[in-house]
Design a protein around this ligand. Structure first.
Ligand code: SF4
Length: 165
């Protein structure tokens, strides 16, 4: 049986990005070929947001950030947290072996996500996406990579070994 790997849906080339552009990550096919079963997840689209959509950002409190639309300042934090709670419960019932996250996303990014200490402040690349954070906290023993890690052969090798064990 192929290992089941969660993946930020946009990395597979699905039309889910906020800017409406397709941005498949070709290294996924090069590295994994047909040897894994993908479980694509897009927190923002599964939340009910459209594609394209207004950009969303992390604000105010680094440990418990607020998730808001950039221009219209709609607070999506509670809505996203509720979706995350439900999604995590679903994932706990699946034989998931690992996850590959899109970099720099306020939902999926593991690190270096733009964080705004206030509206109008210069962003700092110190945030973590809300779904990625919840996933890592819930599944501390599952291996994961972020998109940018695909450039690192050692990290990829280690990930492959873990998901195939
Ligand atoms: S980074 Fe995450 S939330 Fe953003 S489009 Fe990709 S899957 Fe969706």
């Amino acid at each position: 049986m192929k290992p089941l790997i969660g993946v930020s849906s946009c990395l597979l080339g699905n039309l889910v990005r906020y800017d409406g552009r397709l941005k498949a990550e070709p290294r996924l096919r090069e590295i994994f070929c047909d040897n894994v079963e993908w479980l694509p997840i897009c927190p923002e689209v599964e939340l009910g947001l459209s594609t394209p959509r207004e950009k969303i950002i992390l604000l105010y409190d680094l440990d418990h950030p607020s998730l808001q639309t950039l221009e219209t300042q709609i607070d999506l934090t509670q809505q996203m947290q509720s979706w995350i709670d439900t999604k995590i419960r679903q994932l706990q019932k699946l034989p998931l072996k690992g996850f590959i996250f899109k970099s720099k996303s306020p939902s999926c990014g593991i690190q270096n996500v733009e964080f705004f200490s206030s509206r109008g402040a210069e962003p700092q690349r110190i945030g973590t996406g809300l779904f990625a954070k919840a996933f890592i906290e819930t599944f501390p023993h599952l291996p994961y990579l972020q998109e940018s890690d695909l450039d690192d052969p050692a990290l990829v090798k280690s990930f492959l070994a873990q998901v195939q064990s």
